[in-house]
Design a protein. Sequence first.
Length: 197
Amino acid sequence: MKRLKEMILLGQRVLDVGCGCGRIAIPLAEAGYDVTRLDHSDALLMAARERADAANVEVRWIRESMCRMPLPDDSFDVVICLWSAFNELLEEEEQIAAVKEMHRVLRPGGWALIEGPVFTPATTAEIASGKRNGPENRISMDVVAGLPNPHYCHDRKSLAYIIERAVIAPCQIYTEEWAGRPRRFLRIERNLGPIQR
C-alpha cells in the first residue's frame, strides 16, 4: 500500500477495477483518496461494503465487468487493477476490451496500472495433468479456498500483443518487487490528445 500511495497524488480520482473485497480501495479511502471501485461479484461487493462501513469510509461501488464499465470517458486520473484480477479474464477479446475500457475512462495525462504474476512456462507435468491448458498452455487451473480460479498466464510478448490489438500507447511492461514478491506490471498512459478510435 505504501508504494501505491507514493504513486497517487491526493485529490486524484482513482478507479479500483476488479477490486474484490476492497483490500486496496478501503485503505486508500481511509487515507483520503477519492476512490470508486468496480467488481462483477455481488458477494465481494457486499463484503467490501461491510468493511467500508466498519472503517467509516466513503467509497463508490459499481457492479459490472471491467470489459464494459458504465462510466463516462475521461473520468479518472488513475485506474488500478491489482491482485491478478485482469488475469481472471481468460479470453483475449475480453482482455482487449478491458484494457480499452481502462484507457477510455482515464483523463488526459492519467495512467492505469495492471498487476499480475510473473510468467513461468508450463511444465510437462502441468500440461499432462491439465493444470495448464488453453492457447500456448497459458491458462492455469488454480484453486483458491477450495474453489476453481483459473488464470491467464501473461508474459511480455502476450501483453504486448494485447496492447497492440487494443491500439493503445504509450505503455510499459516491467517486473518489480511488490508486497514482498516479484510481480509483472502493465502501465498504460493516456496521452494529452483525444482518444484515437
